[in-house]
Design a protein around this ligand. Structure first.
Ligand code: GCU
Length: 325
């Protein structure tokens, strides 16, 4: 075990050490926490292939999945310190790095997928991606990450069913607040630790989109998925400002174009793979999907929206998003 550990530590150190020189020849390192079979990984691979194609092989983006180079938080810190070039995170967790992303954390902010995409592809989405300029990174694009719902060993039909349950949330203040308002006990954990936490009963349940059931195998350890759909929080593709500023305007254009194309590619892929995940979870993991009445959940979390509207860091973004309904 010890040998295994130091070996993988060595791999990480060597990988990161070579990073500083990497962008001289435009090989960019991208870290994320999903499996290679996850739609977001596939869409980012599409982005990397596009960038390579458009630059005649000049731009190489190497993707490190499965938190190999660290959790989402660690990856963000490595990027801010110059040891990583690109990171895929989630807007929920990004709230701690750039408050603007907190706008996406407001539960029941979006009425449907079209509304969600109007925000992601519109002015407000672009403003949020640029908001972190002075913090060492900018956003390139969003990836649809569906609607998040609860899953546990029992159905969560109403907020009262969360009473006494430890629910894993993403490391984000608003996510913690949301579970508190619904009456559960929030437990922030990195995504990669969640399977074991569910299996060992460290937490009683979690909340995510249905792909977590299959791509991270959570359906094996928590098989009742209650469709309250409390949030729609996109994944975000980020790049270091130092790296970005060091690229030629031409290369910047190519990378942005590849990122935009990958978001469009992901739009359909996400729908298809979510449906396939649900089917697979039902058929091979005995997962049950339960429809629930959303109103009691919406009522419980209303204070988050009221606070957001009075929070100068996100009020304007939330209002702009609401205006797109
Ligand atoms: C989603 C999202 C990930 C995030 C995860 C989580 O799967 O795509 O970026 O890490 O939720 O709940 O932590």
């Amino acid at each position: 075990n010890k040998i295994k550990f130091s070996l993988s530590a060595l791999v990480i150190v060597t990988t990161l050490f070579t990073s500083a020189t990497a962008f001289a020849d435009a090989t960019l390192k991208l870290s994320h926490n999903q499996d290679k079979n996850h739609p977001v990984h596939l869409s980012m691979q599409f982005m990397a292939d596009e960038a390579k194609r458009l630059s005649d092989g000049g731009i190489k983006i190497r993707i490190y999945p499965n938190s190999q180079l660290g959790t989402q938080r660690e990856s963000m810190e490595l990027m801010q310190n110059g040891a990583l070039d690109m990171v895929k995170s989630n807007a929920s967790e990004m709230e701690s790095f750039e408050p603007a992303y907190g706008a996406f954390n407001v539960p029941y902010l979006f009425t449907d997928i079209d509304h969600y995409y109007r925000a992601l592809e519109g002015e407000v989405g672009k403003e949020i991606l640029q908001a972190s300029k002075d913090k060492g990174f900018i956003g390139l694009t969003y990836y649809d990450a569906g609607a998040r719902s609860f899953y546990a060993k029992k159905p969560i039909n109403t907020p009262a069913d969360l009473n006494g349950l430890k629910i894993r949330v993403q490391p984000s203040p608003t996510a913690v607040k949301m579970i508190e308002l619904m009456g559960g006990a929030p437990t922030p954990l990195a995504y990669g630790e969640l399977y074991t936490a569910l299996q060992q009963g460290v937490v009683d349940g979690a909340e995510n989109n249905p792909t977590a059931l299959t791509t991270a195998r959570h359906g094996e350890v928590a098989n009742i998925f209650s469709l309250d759909e409390h949030t729609m929080i996109p994944d975000v593709l980020l790049i270091s400002s130092t790296v970005w500023d060091g690229l030629s305007p031409e290369d910047q254009k190519i990378i942005q174009q590849a990122a935009d194309a990958s978001m469009q590619h992901h739009k359909t892929l996400w729908q298809e793979m979510t449906a396939a995940s649900m089917k697979e979870a039902e058929e091979t993991m005995n997962v049950q999907f339960v429809t629930v009445e959303k109103k009691p959940f919406q009522d419980a979390v209303k204070p988050i929206r009221d606070e957001a509207i009075n929070n100068p860091a996100i009020a304007e973004y939330v209002k702009q998003i609401e205006a797109l309904k």
